[in-house]
Design a protein around this ligand. Sequence first.
Ligand code: XMP
Length: 510
Amino acid sequence: MRKDIVLVLDFGGQYNQLIVRRIRDMGVYSELIPYSTSVEKILSYDPLGIVLTGGPNSVFTEKSLVMDPKILDLGIPILGICYGAQLIAHLKGGVVRSAKTKEYGKCVMHAEPSPLFKGVPASTVIWMSHTDYVEAPPEGYKVIASTDTCPVAAYGSDDKKIYGVQFHPEVVHTEYGNQILRNFLYEICRATGDWTMKNFIDEMVEKIRAKVGGRKVLLAMSGGVDSAVAATLMHKAIGKNLQCVLVDHGLMRKNEVSEVVSVFRDGLGMNLEAIDASDRFLAKLDGVADPEEKRKIIGAEFIHVFEDFGKKLGKVDFLAQGTIYPDVIESGFGDAALIKSHHNVGGLPSVIDFDEIIEPLRDLFKDEVRKVGFELGLDKKIVMRQPFPGPGLAVRVIGAITKAKLDILREADAIMREEIAANGLDSEIWQYFAVLTDMRSVGVMGDMRTYDYTVALRAVTSVDAMTADWARIPYEVLAKISSRIVNEVNGVNRIVYDITSKPPATIEWE
Ligand code: XMP
């Protein structure tokens, strides 16, 4: 069972989630909580340690964010990063000054012997000083690292187990950043490293069983990673008392619905009902060209389908959802029950009669969800699935939607995916798919003149979809995809490859 937790107090820095992820990667459970969290609440977590994050503020302004100073006297190990380091110094009577210029970049840090810097030689650290710097540490604290331009790059007290670093250990370009965080966790907080996905699963299965007892849970699957892993975990805990439903809106990729059914119903033995609602959706979408209109129609139709399903099903005790930690943090902190407003299951809570929501993955980052998926024995194909828009292929048929166009796109897209995988490029490329443009042009096939559609291929490398670059797919692979699509898919006579990055383009062609 997991016991250790390190809290990360959020002062608004851009890397705050990253700090939590790094700590968890090192085997210690961690949560991001608001800087203003009360001492009582903090004590209720019984944390092993506390990290104060960076942030855009200065300790001198009226608006500066300050936690309850009593947190520094609890005897709990603390690591202040950047703004966090300045704040500790400021609150404990050290000398903090405002910098004349903002500094960003790399510099070489020389560390003194300290548990925080065990095994850390002179090495590069990343600096992001927005405003202030520590000129002298508070009484009882000593300087433990410096750089050529900054005499106090880090300070600390081994007795109090409180440390401040003015650089960012969580950023990969800080050479020994991981070692420094690991030292904080294991040398200073004395963590046991009990955060593993196996422990998470064991603990969550127990919790779900205790909560649900013999009652019934409904879960809407979208085919995506989060709902698939949530369903598998729930199923492990409560078996047949889990009812899953998958709405086929007719906008899925080739074989997608049958694959989900074969893995989860036929393979794992889940209660899974696949509702074929494609006629309903296509009737509503027929001829609709405007992208926003398409999205609205699809969202509304989902609700109608669930409403009908809900009437048939009657009251359920619990509704399970695949909400994950970034959904929770990004929706803001607060105690209100959070309902993921995902388009695939959007509106479900409003039309299904249920008592309570269960979100078994709400503490996990996406990479942890994937690890849980693997740990539960799910196949790579499901666990590493690419992002796919809730409104599905409707987004990738440009212009008016028809069944014929969707069928063309499904075939072209399947060929592209097949060839990318066959050439071993699927793990390098972040997302890849075909788009059916609204453009037709003249071509020749044999002796025949054709007037057919142009298919665009899109493949990007990215880390978070915020920015992306077009993937440098080898020409031979592009050539094979192109010739296969024009030869095997009726209605297509031209293939283009999208070579724009994001920005200025987007990943989808919507
Ligand atoms: P864009 O096209 O804005 O897409 O660069 C960024 C990422 O978001 C995905 N995407 C969606 N994902 N529901 C989703 O879950 C949606 O409605 C949706 N629309 C776009 C897109 O595939 C890309 O990965």
